[in-house]
Design a protein around this ligand. Structure first.
Ligand SMILES: *Cc1c(COP(=O)(O)O)cnc(C)c1O
Length: 359
């Protein structure tokens, strides 16, 4: 460990947690040293929402492509290489494509990404393009793109690296391990956004495996949050035209629907939904109270937490973790639009700057 508490010899999630993953000694691991992300206490945010508990944010923005998708992608691309695949394909609301493109470049594989036209935050699009993926804009939504990817997978010509590929979930469960390794036990609650529902499925699996190993003594209540315009699990049926500012979770028919329902049910948690207004409120509040910039989807569980606090559902002194799935810089357009500010343009003099400083 160095003085920042980060381990410079960190080998990436596969080597660190090999015992729990479908790999062997001889596996050729494709890694960008993902994982080992910080678990940041946010007392200022907790105070601002009137809570009295210990909230820690698992800041997955610190992964190599700035989202949690890298944990699953190191497994998916490692497995694709082991199977002798030449081409990988995925549908994506943005972050899966960024991650698939990066790990494919690293492994020397061809990567094809299918994106819903006009629904991808600019940071994510810039990544897929720069990493050199064949980037296909589909005139439809994410669910249409995923349907086509499933069909492509059936041809046997390509390796699908969406979370319908079970090794993605295996890689992603390592985030739950890291939280427990840091806290010394599981938290009381774990909050996270739910889109295609792979991640909540993965976390629940990770917590249960650690409990089975005797590493943790309790299990957290799993609190998953969808956006109100894209909340099929809460509604109990697929949504034809999902709409939300949180594009990462703009999904109408989640692939891991059953996994999400099971995690919520078996843990005594829930799947809820919050409006775009609540999401943007929490998004701004986190940035202003803690200096932490996340993408809008991450604010869904924070908005959910605010609801729970108001309803008196969070006991004092609880230990709560929440996954901040992706970096705020992924979606600079929303940040600029929502900030409420614009740069103040002045003459290049001290007086002009003093005049706008209001001091
Ligand atoms: C993929 C993603 C989600 C949703 O995760 P699922 O596993 O699809 O539920 C949430 N936030 C961000 C930033 C993502 O990239």
């Amino acid at each position: 460990m160095n003085s920042n508490g980060t381990d410079r010899s960190w080998p990436g999630v596969i080597r660190r947690y090999a015992k729990y993953l479908p790999v062997t000694e001889s596996t050729r691991v494709v890694t960008l040293m993902e994982g080992n992300t910080p678990l940041i206490p946010v007392p200022g945010f907790v105070k601002a929402i009137g809570g009295n508990f210990d909230l820690r944010l698992k800041y997955e923005a610190m992964n190599p492509t700035c989202s949690f998708k890298d944990r699953g992608m190191t497994m998916a691309i490692t497995t694709a290489v082991a199977r002798g695949a030449k081409t990988v394909v995925c549908a994506s609301t943005g972050n899966t494509s960024a991650s698939a493109a990066a790990y494919s470049a690293r492994a020397g594989l061809r990567c094809v990404v299918l994106l819903p036209e006009g629904k991808i935050a600019h940071g994510k699009l810039s990544q897929a393009l720069l990493y050199g993926a064949t980037t296909v804009s589909v005139r439809g939504n994410f669910d249409d793109a995923l349907r086509i990817v499933r069909e492509l997978g059936e041809t046997g010509l390509v390796e699908v690296v969406n979370s319908i590929n079970p090794v993605r979930i295996e890689g992603q469960k390592t985030a739950a391990f890291e939280i427990c390794d840091t806290l010394g036990d599981a938290p009381d609650f774990h909050f996270l956004p739910v889109g295609n529902a792979g991640n909540i499925t993965a976390y629940w699996r990770g917590f249960r495996e650690y409990q089975a190993e005797g590493i943790i003594r309790r299990l957290p209540r799993m609190m998953g949050w969808q956006a109100a315009g894209a909340d099929p699990i809460v509604q109990g049926h697929p949504i034809q035209h999902p709409e939300t500012v949180a594009t990462a979770i703009q999904i109408g028919n989640p692939a891991s629907w059953g996994g999400a329902v099971e995690a919520a049910r078996d843990s005594g948690g829930l799947i809820g939904s919050v409006s775009d207004e609540e999401i943007l409120f929490a998004y701004k509040l986190l940035a202003r109270t803690e200096g932490i910039m996340v993408e809008p989807a991450c604010a869904a569980p924070l908005a959910g937490l605010i609801r729970c606090v108001r309803a008196g559902e969070i006991p004092e002194g609880s230990v709560i973790s929440a996954t901040m799935t992706g970096h705020g810089l992924k979606d600079p357009d929303t940040a600029i639009r929502v900030s409420g500010f614009q740069p103040l343009v002045v003459a290049a003099t001290r007086e002009a700057v003093l005049a706008v400083m209001g001091v």
